[in-house]
Design a protein around this ligand. Structure first.
Ligand code: 5GP
Ligand code: 5GP
Ligand code: 5GP
Length: 208
């Protein structure tokens, strides 16, 4: 039986802080549509296995097709902006995410459903609001990793994973926040496995 769909165990829903993507030696480029809001943006919705490994590029016969998500485009530009150089309108980023990750959950979510699901998840968990409510602001200050994790755990109900990167001086900063989602894409779940990587115990939350 020919079957391109692969099963997976859960999704990582990954959001990035634009200030940290830009505050690196490599720097960044604002989208052609203008500087994004000072808010977390979607990076991706990534099918994963509970042993920590993950499938990728599951269906070469399902290329990214903009026409399937034309109704979502303005929301995508707002909530899923690209910051890579050279500047683009997001199409390259979304296409990469669909082809590498989205095609691996195609049995559950078609292209329109995949992007719509990620946009809904972002609305469901307002990370910036959650952090600000806990007194954690993107002000260039330093915050404990535990306080960031606790604030999200309290508000979202599940322990997130924090990924850090380094600014040009080598300071550890809040780069991406991972939450786990069931295979339907609708419900947050406890992460079956966490990614790897290191943050300092105190990390910067840069402005954007
Ligand atoms: P990095 O090595 O920069 O953390 O990740 C590079 C890319 O590999 C990510 O953008 C993502 O596409 C993929 N990736 C990294 N870690 C994971 C993971 O734990 N699960 C999945 N599904 N993809 C990952
Ligand atoms: P990943 O493979 O890590 O899921 O996706 C990263 C790819 O998307 C890289 O090729 C990167 O250049 C591209 N990309 C485009 N815009 C962005 C962005 O705003 N953030 C990140 N992390 N990657 C982006
Ligand atoms: P524990 O969860 O046992 O307190 O943490 C064990 C180690 O993992 C510590 O070094 C801690 O800094 C690190 N750690 C805990 N949570 C995270 C996280 O969300 N992201 C990263 N990168 N490291 C973490």
């Amino acid at each position: 039986v020919l079957c391109v769909s692969q099963s997976f165990d859960f999704f990582y829903f990954v959001q990035q802080w634009p200030g940290s993507y830009c505050d690196t030696a490599k720097s960044c480029c604002y989208p052609t549509t203008g500087k994004p809001a000072a808010d977390f943006g979607v990076h991706g919705l990534w099918p994963n296995y509970k042993d920590g490994s993950y499938p990728s590029n599951c269906d070469p016969d399902s290329p990214f097709d903009q026409s399937q998500i034309s109704d979502l485009k303005s929301s995508m530009q707002e909530s899923w902006p690209t910051l890579a150089c050279p500047s683009g309108d997001g199409t390259t980023f979304w296409s990469h995410e669909w082809e590498k990750h989205g095609t691996c959950s195609e049995s559950n979510l078609d292209q329109h459903a995949y992007f719509k699901t990620a946009l809904s998840l972002k609305k469901q968990v307002d990370l910036l609001q959650i952090l600000q409510n806990a007194g954690i602001h993107p002000d260039g200050g330093s915050y404990s990793l535990e306080s960031i994790k606790d604030a999200i755990k309290e508000a979202a109900g599940y322990t997130p994973w924090i990924q850090c990167n380094n600014d040009q001086s080598g300071n550890s900063q809040l780069y991406q926040i991972y939450l786990c989602v069931d295979t339907s894409g609708s419900n947050l779940i406890q992460c079956p496995v966490f990614p790897k990587g290191k943050c300092d115990s105190q990390i910067e939350f840069p402005t954007f």
